[in-house]
Design a protein around this ligand. Structure first.
Ligand code: SF4
Length: 243
């Protein structure tokens, strides 16, 4: 069970207190958000769910697994265990069977049942919305907690997954590798109401354009403001002006 220790809380506060974006990066981040809003509109979370418990379960299953695969598994899982109440008394071996294809199934099954037990015993059967509470649930880290907050509770939350971390570094918004440090640096650049949407749009851009191994810089609509673009810096601007 992952419990946030006093030391972790202290470290998190320290990171939060020390990060402030510089003006150049702020300008670039605002332009990136503006363009991503045009490209991707109002993005939706691609994990199928009907309530907070289901999204929390699906997000736990999405670790090291694609959303497509999770969405193939959850209909049968939620048919058998639709609520925290039912999942809390589930046979872990049965849950393992149902989530096997998502990988790391033994840990994920244990976390699902443990999460549901905690929700029943400590939160009266309701998934909590406070990040400090969410991260005390088995299998739930800041990324998962922020998914819940932004998607289900409409609260500020900026999930930093592998796409968000990679693109933030390529776009020159951060040099940090640690997801929590990346999260706080990005938080300082945007209005809290944009945190969740920025993360979802960056994930879509990472999946469709800025691939980990083969970024498609030649068709990327951020190429002229991206320090990592494989296009010669400024070339796109000159091309556009020449038209
Ligand atoms: S220009 Fe290339 S590296 Fe930069 S965001 Fe676009 S695809 Fe990624």
């Amino acid at each position: 069970m992952r419990v946030k220790t006093a030391a972790k809380v202290k470290a998190t506060k320290k990171v939060k207190a020390t990060k402030k974006a510089n003006p150049k990066i702020l300008d670039r981040s605002a332009e990136i958000l503006k363009r991503l809003k045009v490209i991707y509109g109002a993005p939706i979370c691609e994990l199928t769910h009907e309530n907070a418990f289901q999204l929390l379960s699906a997000t736990i299953l999405s670790a090291q697994c694609t959303d497509v695969r999770v969405n193939m598994v959850t209909p049968a899982l939620f048919a058998e265990f639709p609520t925290a109440q039912k999942m809390a008394v589930a046979d872990v071996a049965r849950v393992e069977e149902l989530v096997r294809s998502t990988g790391f199934y033994a840990t994920k099954a244990k976390n699902l049942v443990g999460m549901a037990c905690n929700v029943m015993e400590r939160f009266d059967g309701e998934v909590p919305s406070a990040i400090e509470d969410l991260v005390t649930l088995p299998g739930v880290g800041r990324k998962t907690a922020n998914v819940l907050r932004s998607v289900v509770f409409d609260l500020p939350g900026l999930p930093v997954d592998t796409h968000v971390g990679r693109l933030s570094r390529r776009l020159g918004l951060t040099k940090e590798e640690d997801p929590v440090k990346v999260e706080y640096e990005l938080n300082a650049m945007f209005d809290p109401k944009d945190w969740g949407g920025f993360s979802l749009r960056l994930i879509l851009h990472g999946r469709r354009v800025c691939d980990a191994k083969k970024p498609k810089c030649d068709v990327c609509e951020l190429a002229d403001i991206c320090p990592s673009s494989e296009m010669p810096y400024g070339k796109l601007k000159k091309t556009k002006k020449a038209k």
